[in-house]
Write a protein that binds this ligand. Structure first.
Ligand SMILES: NC(=O)c1ccc[n+]([C@@H]2O[C@H](COP(=O)([O-])OP(=O)(O)OC[C@H]3O[C@@H](n4cnc5c(N)ncnc54)[C@H](O)[C@@H]3O)[C@@H](O)[C@H]2O)c1
Length: 371
């Protein structure tokens, strides 16, 4: 069994994901992979069959070359001749609002004809895509909806990795249901990124009977993702997504949300794909005493996202094969910052996912929660 995926946005995550599939083909172990087996599939059973971008130096190129093009900065962890996506040539997408004014000289949009929604849906069907993955820059409101509608029209699954509300919008859940397929999202979590760490510490505070009073999470990085996010007008949904991910761990999310700040906070070029997150949590404990926690996390942001994506695309394929349609919140909750419904903790989200997968007879190994 394999899953054929299509990628929208051949940027740094795409580069890391594609290279990591080959990386694990050459390894005897699966260190770093969250779930080695999902419905009989390993990470190495992910096939990239389709890719779209708008950059003049990526469109028309073989995918195995395009993933190393400027402004991508993921290092070569695998040599291009080892990559198996040999027949995939990057196709021209629809630009819409994918490129912010301050990113035009970086992404350098090509002047080729852009596909209509019908043309795109046809291409997705002709190339045998099972799951279409959205990796557009933050703030791509219209472009995300265009690609989501094309996926729905083609009747294929859509995985929304960015903070645009698609899986968490009932209207889109129904659209995918009507087209007999599913959508998972929104805004992918990192494997051990700032959101899951912040959520876990915040849950621990309430689990031990303390009251979270205020908290911030400041993030800096040096890739195009962070450069794109210096424009505050592109960040509205990102801030909601990150803030609510933390607030939802607390007994009264609406009351605490105004005392939580979580968002991208700066572009520092020399950091490259290293993301540094600074977190502060202040709480009230027994007898009114105060406690404070300061954390600094430093991770490779693209490795973090690719690890989760490698699980999500296999789950999407397994569920579509079982006839699961619409926007199943329990399949999105462990992996996304803004799912249709949040769980108070990520342990609880995983436990429910495992029991649902059991119900649908989808094997997943290893399991990290015992019940
Ligand atoms: N840990 C993480 O890295 C993480 C976590 C959550 C969400 N995300 C989000 O995932 C997305 C992808 O991240 P990335 O680092 O790969 O981004 P990136 O900046 O490296 O790549 C974006 C790509 O999209 C292309 N593009 C722009 N407009 C387009 C359009 N209209 N159609 C097709 N392609 C278009 C660009 O040319 C570029 O190749 C970002 O929105 C990011 O915020 C990342």
């Amino acid at each position: 069994m394999v899953v054929n995926i299509g990628i929208i946005g051949v940027g740094n995550i795409a580069s890391m994901l594609i290279q990591s599939i080959e990386y694990y083909r050459e390894k005897e172990d699966f260190i770093g992979v969250m779930h080695e087996i999902i419905d009989g599939m390993k990470v190495t059973d992910i096939n990239i069959v389709y890719a779209i971008d708008i950059a003049e130096n990526k469109v028309g190129k073989p995918l195995y070359e395009a993933i190393y093009e400027y402004p991508n900065i993921v290092p070569r962890i695998v040599e291009p001749d080892k990559l198996r996506c040999k027949n995939v040539v990057v196709r021209m997408g629809k630009i819409l609002d994918g490129v912010a004014p301050h990113m035009i000289d970086i992404f350098k949009p090509a002047k080729y004809p852009e596909p209509t929604l019908d043309e795109l849906a046809r291409e997705l069907l002709d190339t045998g895509v099972d799951v279409l993955v959205n990796l557009l820059p933050v703030g791509s409101h219209d472009a995300t909806r265009f690609y989501a509608q094309a996926a729905a029209k083609a009747g294929i699954a859509f995985v929304n990795c960015i903070p645009e509300f698609i899986a968490s919008d009932e209207k889109y859940g129904s659209l995918f249901e009507e087209n007999n397929t599913l959508v998972l999202g929104d805004d992918i979590k990192g494997q051990l990124g700032a959101t899951i760490l912040h959520r876990t510490i915040a849950s621990l505070i309430s689990m031990r009977g303390c009251k979270l009073l205020k908290s911030y999470q400041l993030n800096v990085g040096g890739n195009t993702d962070f450069l794109n996010m210096i424009d505050p007008s592109r960040l509205t949904s990102k801030k909601i997504s990150k803030t609510m991910a933390v607030a939802s761990t607390q007994p009264n999310p609406e009351a605490i949300k105004n005392y939580i700040y979580a968002g991208p906070s700066g572009y520092v070029e020399f950091l490259g794909n290293t993301k540094v997150a600074y977190m502060y949590l202040e709480a009230e404990s027994y007898g009114g005493a105060k406690l404070a926690i300061d954390v600094k996390l430093s991770v490779d942001d693209k490795s973090m996202a690719s690890a989760v994506l490698a699980d999500v695309v296999r789950i999407a394929k397994a569920l579509v094969d079982r006839g699961v349609i619409g926007s199943p919140y329990w399949a999105s909750a462990p992996f996304f910052k803004h799912p249709p419904r949040q769980f108070r903790s990520d342990w609880e989200a995983l436990r429910v996912l495992y029991s649902k997968l059991d119900e649908y007879d989808v094997d997943i190994k290893p399991k990290y929660v015992f019940y």
